[in-house]
Design a protein around this ligand. Sequence first.
Ligand SMILES: O=C([O-])CC(=O)C(=O)O
Length: 250
Amino acid sequence: MRTVVVTNPPRADADAVDALAGYGVATVHEAMGRTGYLGPSIRPVHLGARIAGTAVTVLSWPGDNLMIHVAVEQCRPGDVLVVATTSPSTDGMFGELFATALQYRGVRGLVIDAGVRDVAELHAMGFPVWSAAVSAQGTVKATPGAVNVPVTIGGQVIRPGDVVLADDDGVVRVARESAAETVRAARAREEKEAATRAAFQRGELGLDRYGLRDRLAGMGIRYVDHADYAGADYAGADYAGADYAGGGEA
Ligand SMILES: O=C([O-])CC(=O)C(=O)O
């Protein structure tokens, strides 16, 4: 493993980062062509928060939070701490003491591909966390790692200074160069969704709005009244008889 601390990485434009916080993770993920999502294994520890910030990244040895202490010093207001481990770990590497130090530095939250603890205290102090696990298992401060190098979480490469957007749906990463463009795409996506919502509130069907009837016809889907279908054409009728796997058993 590279043992390095990179200082002063480029960070995404602060206005664009703040603007992204106005959109949900699902919206931004869709707006980026369904990319960037860290997947369902990185979950909010508490519901109800939405943050966007610039990543300060940590690559740690599993069960060892030495490099998180190193990373705290590199954090600036508006950052989000992003912690990956060199091999899978669920140990409780982070708790309310780290959160206290990060809050002092204006850090907006934590994304960690490992465990956290002191869940009640984190909630009480309003420090939002997305993690792979909750675990009281303590860790050591023994092994060097890296700060502000690219890390991989949930199949996504997160570079220092990239935007991390997190809410109840999980976490999405936006490349630091694309923050402003992604804000525009998210706004367009939200306008489209608003129009669709209004149409659904009027009773319009997705089948018509999305032009799905022609697609279904192209797939050979046909509509048959139940009275005409319940007879010989009922696929389940055959299945319920001879083909019933459990039929011969006591
Ligand atoms: O210090 C640790 O090992 C992690 C922790 O519990 C805290 O940050 O409060």
